[in-house]
Write a protein that binds this ligand. Structure first.
Ligand code: PMP
Length: 396
């Protein structure tokens, strides 16, 4: 049965990690990752998470199955973060939320559900996008195309191109949008541009699918929800995948959610019943620990305040690394202007480093980045930033 199985291509980012792990240089730096590290180069265990975990373990709760759609308190907490507490959508019964296995799991159950609803639809993702978007929707059976997004000359968004493309797509097409902190470019839409995207989706009858993997990593929990809120106010039906991997530093616990915004209560009942069938036939019901921890933190005023502080700490540290890197490159008399890095949002930067320069960074300095020039600012810290600035100054 396996004789004809071909070797699958290596995941480019995981391949990078393998090469980094095998590198014996003690001053090596991995800027290729998609994970937040603290200033000691460690993945933090947030104090709010630790406190909620200790309380949970002390109670020694039984490990029964969860409902197919996960913990109710968790799903409500997700909705409150996305739309604000006491939001009109929840009151109108327009929200269906199911706990999912990370943002990836949310995208997958959303894609599988969509495939049942509109099997012929084309899915459009940004050019470029998180590398798993294409694979995910293709594996759900969709044809996947790119819409124009990044403009390398302005290092911003080619908004005119993006909007014209949206207005040209067939009604019912699925548009995957990064709600904030665009991965891999760090280039986000302005509030005014989001309003235009909402109108374009309405005008063409498109199906928006917002991917919110980094809420709180750009400006703050509320400010980063601007796109979600603009769609919420529009009356349209849409999808949101969201994740606590980054904002709670709970990567391996796989804590995310799929939220579907319907036109009303009765529709929500039907949608949830079908979504549950998708989940039931994939993994039956989600794991219990991560969602319980997030729900506990978000429903306790003290823990929530502590979490918001810790989230702000992560956000501020990334920003400090952005400004630090730009200043250090300037101080090393690098002719190329890197000041745009400060204005990019989230963990990543499209630095404009060429594939050859990235290769040189790896070979000569043990500094690993994605060949597209994407680096993770959250992998920089006060111990390695000078070394990285020295190396970049030498290769450019
Ligand atoms: N969407 C985007 C844009 C991402 O960057 C990521 C994580 N790298 C995900 C989804 C997946 O998140 P999770 O790890 O929670 O599955």
């Amino acid at each position: 049965i396996f004789a004809a199985v071909e070797m699958a291509p290596r995941d480019p980012i995981l391949g990078l990690n393998e090469a980094y792990n095998a590198d014996t240089r003690s001053n090596k730096v991995n800027l290729g990752v998609g994970v937040y590290y603290n200033d000691n180069g460690k993945i933090p265990l947030l104090a709010a998470v630790k406190a909620a975990e200790e309380a949970r373990l002390k109670n020694a709760p039984p490990r029964g199955y969860q409902p197919i759609e996960g913990l109710g308190a968790y799903n409500t907490a997700v909705q409150n973060l996305l739309f604000g507490a006491g939001n009109a959508l929840a009151e109108a019964g327009r929200l269906v939320t199911a706990e999912a296995l990370g943002g990836t799991g949310a995208l997958k159950i959303g894609a599988d559900f969509l495939k049942r609803l509109s099997p012929e639809a084309t899915v459009y993702i940004s050019d470029p996008s998180w590398e798993n978007h294409r694979a995910l929707f293709e594996s759900a059976g969709f044809k996947v195309e790119n819409y124009p997004y990044y403009d390398a000359t302005t290092r911003g968004v080619n908004f005119a191109g993006m909007k014209a493309a949206l207005l040209s797509y067939a009604p019912g097409s699925v548009i995957v949008l990064h709600a904030c902190c665009h991965n891999p470019t760090g280039a986000d839409l302005s509030d005014a541009q989001w309003a235009e995207v909402v109108e374009a989706c309405r005008e063409r009858g498109l199906v928006p699918f917002l991917d919110m993997a980094y809420q709180g990593f750009a400006e703050g929990i509320e400010a980063d929800a601007v796109a979600v809120r603009a769609f919420a106010a529009s009356g349209l039906q849409f999808f949101i995948s969201s994740s606590f991997s980054k904002s709670f530093s709970l990567y391996g616990e796989r804590v995310g959610a799929l939220t579907i915004i319907t036109s009303g209560k009765e529709e929500s009942g039907r949608v949830l019943s079908q979504l549950k069938r998708v989940i039931r036939t994939n993994y039956s019901n989600p794991p219990i620990h991560g969602g319980a921890i997030v729900a506990a933190v978000l429903s306790d005023a003290g823990l929530r305040a502590q979490w918001e502080d810790e989230l702000a700490g992560m956000r501020d540290r990334i920003r400090a690394m952005r400004t630090g890197l730009v200043e250090k490159l300037k101080a090393r008399n690098v002719a190329q202007d890197f000041s745009f890095v400060v204005g990019q949002r989230g963990m990543f930067s499209y630095t404009g480093l060429t594939a050859a320069q990235v290769e040189k960074l790896k070979d000569e300095y043990g500094i690993y980045a994605v060949s597209t020039g994407r680096i993770c600012l959250a992998a920089l810290n006060n111990q390695n930033i000078d070394y990285v600035a020295d190396a970049i100054a030498k290769v450019v």
